[in-house]
Design a protein. Structure first.
Length: 644
């Protein structure tokens, strides 16, 4: 009996269409004794790092692919919406690089309802790629059904010639649809006449046959339709599940070569993702310097300016202690290869300050660096508060430094524009985030599909308990915790059992892609050379890998946080300076009794990180009367200490 590998499969990253969680995928594949599997999400590569890591953990070989959209005209034509599906699989590193490029250009150049490529681009970038004719939405299948066999054969030969010899295959599928059976029969004949090999695929969208109804509901959410809407797109089959090799052998027992070809393709697809390296853009230093010597100069000069300022304020300090700490930190920074990172951050913060854009004084572990203080990346002197540099950067635990940089929320975009112009429009981008179907939201979404009145749906959704410290309970947890929800679920006659069952099946799947609120990545080359890219709502480049995955792929994240507090302070300062032009906010003492009395009363609305109701209660109990007390309160009001 021939072996078999799934080469056409849609995961949770085929947004609101794929219902296969990657954790379920690998357990299912292993259960069937398969040693490899492909991921071919609709038009994107969002899940590649997640897929790769889970595959490695499971001992299953990952095959990287995509069901791409090929424009009926060319990718720049935004008048013709028509496009065709085509499966691309990466055979080697060159193929993966080409797949990444094609996928990125689909978004950046060809996007029109879908991210589209065209045949011209495919011809230029087909090296190292397999092409499969795809489902009934493929151009060869569409041509067969609309223009007949001979025309379809011409199109198939055209596609064959876009790829390297032997790389293009005709897909046959066991879904039982009448049109698919016609296609399967035509492809058998076409394969004999042209030599284009057959390959059996499942076009998997969900794990088990029993998940077909939940998947149908998911597609209704995507289309904004109810389950009763006759105009909605419907598959009319429950066969898009992960079928076993036995089922494929039974269905295609007369053409074993179609199954054998899946294994041939799988064995020849050998791609490893190069994770764990770091690709920093080159910061251009003045003539006569390298990165190490220039960061030392900027930091040393900056420290001397800090000394002059402290002396003018009458402060007492030991300059030798500061210089010794500065040298020690710089030695570590240079040894770990991060002077360029410090210079990049210093440069855009310096630009912001020169433009009068309010910048935060610094927070997080970066506040423990005297180098950051000297370079004015932060405005916090770590020495009086015994802050440790090692929390920020430690040779024993090699990881990228990460400054949280706050800007006035109204002018943050000016700094991003500066960075984009400095390093190149193609080299700077935002970072994708995946928004998921959470318990309350998915209940409301499914209720709309099932035409359950909003008031009833809202009643059920609100029975899911509120998040605790940002962690929302799952529907299973909600059923355990809330008797009224269990009561509704137990009612076999009402619609709620079905609603909750579907919600449990779809909960946690990806709903839509968004953009990270603060993260920006900067590359030495165009970002699509490192990771697949998409396009944001305002035309900006957005990486298809989320925050953790984009860093694992080697790009460095810089946080540009837009902070309302800075905007409020800036407006306040301008108003104050109308009456007191010489007012200096940095000269305000840290021992003003009136301020501590306000804080001790919990009167902290608008005070950054002190304004939540829980923090106000803590301040009322603690009654801080010095700055160190506020530091302690901030350290205590964290998930770890609170849970302990």
């Amino acid at each position: 009996m021939p072996e078999f590998t799934h080469l056409h499969l849609h995961s949770q990253y085929s947004l609101l269409d794929g219902a296969i969680r990657l954790s379920d995928l690998f357990s299912t594949v292993k259960k069937f004794g398969m040693s490899s599997v492909a991921l071919t999400d609709h038009g994107n590569m969002y899940g590649m790092v997640d897929f790769y890591k889970k595959a490695k953990e499971s001992g299953v070989k990952p095959i990287f692919g995509c069901e791409t959209y090929v424009s009926a005209t060319d990718r720049f034509d935004k008048t013709e919406r028509k496009n065709y599906h085509l499966i691309l699989l990466a055979r080697n590193q060159e193929g993966y690089h080409n797949l990444q490029y094609l996928n990125s250009m689909g978004f950046l150049e060809g996007f029109y309802y879908h991210p589209r490529i065209d045949k011209k681009l495919l011809k230029e970038r087909s090296a190292g790629l397999y092409g499969l004719s795809a489902c009934l939405g493929g151009e060869v299948a569409q041509t067969l059904m609309k223009a007949g066999y001979d025309k379809a054969k011409e199109v198939a030969l055209e596609y064959r010639d876009l790829f390297e010899p032997g790389a293009y295959h005709l897909e046959i599928q066991p879904n039982g649809l009448a049109d698919q059976e016609k296609v399967n029969e035509a492809w058998r004949r076409m394969s004999r006449e042209t030599g284009i090999p057959l390959v059996a695929t499942g076009d998997c969208h969900y794990v088990n046959r029993s998940d077909a109804r939940a998947h149908e509901i998911l597609m209704c959410i995507q289309q904004g339709k109810t389950i009763n809407d006759e105009k909605r797109l419907v598959h009319n089959t429950d066969a898009y599940y992960i079928q076993s090799p036995d089922e494929f052998n039974q269905y295609f027992k007369d053409i074993p070569e179609a199954l054998e070809n899946t294994v041939k393709i799988a064995k020849s697809c050998n791609v490893e993702l190069d994770l764990g390296k770091t690709y920093l853009p080159t910061y251009k230093v003045p003539d006569g310097f390298d990165l190490d010597s220039y960061v030392r100069k900027v930091a040393a000069d900056g420290l001397e300016r800090r000394f002059a300022e402290q002396t003018a304020l009458g402060a007492k300090f030991d300059p030798d202690q500061y210089r010794e700490r500065l040298k020690r930190e710089l030695d570590v920074i240079c040894k770990m290869g991060f002077p360029g990172y410090f210079l990049i951050v210093w440069d855009f913060i310096n630009y912001a300050k020169e433009q009068g854009i309010p910048v935060g004084p610094g927070r997080g572990s970066g506040a423990g660096s005297i180098v950051a203080y000297a370079m004015r990346i932060t405005d916090l002197d770590p020495i009086p508060y015994n802050l440790l540099f090692e929390r920020f950067l430690n040779p024993e635990r090699v990881s990228m430094p990460d400054f949280d940089v706050d800007f006035c929320m109204n002018r943050r975009d000016e700094v991003i524009k500066y960075v984009t112009e400095k390093y190149g429009k193609s080299n700077v981008g935002q970072i994708v985030t995946m928004h998921q179907l959470k318990a309350r939201g998915v209940i409301r979404d499914i209720a709309r599909v099932m035409a359950i009145p909003y008031a009833d749906a809202d009643k059920v959704a609100k029975l899911v308990p509120e998040p605790v410290q940002g962690k929302a309970p799952t529907i299973v947890e909600a059923l355990e915790q809330e008797p009224k929800l269990r009561e509704l679920y137990a009612d076999e006659k009402g619609p709620y059992k079905e609603l909750i069952d579907h919600a449990r099946a779809l909960e946690g799947l990806n709903r839509h892609a968004g953009m990270h609120a603060a993260g920006i990545v900067i590359g030495e080359k165009p970002l699509w050379e490192y990771v697949p890219c998409s396009r944001g709502p305002d035309g900006e480049i957005v990486t298809q890998f989320a925050k953790d995955e984009v860093e694992q792929a080697g790009l460095v994240k810089f946080d540009f946080l837009g902070l309302k507090t800075l905007t409020v302070i800036d407006i306040t300062l301008r108003l104050v300076k109308r009456e007191r032009p010489d007012f200096d906010i940095n000269a305000i003492p840290l021992d003003d009794k009136g301020v501590y009395e306000m804080i001790a009363h919990g009167d902290t609305t608008g005070v950054f990180q002190l304004e939540s109701s829980g923090f106000k209660e803590l301040l009322k109990k603690l009654k801080p009367d010095c700055f160190e007390d506020i530091i302690a309160a901030g350290a205590l009001y964290r998930p770890g200490p609170l849970e302990g």
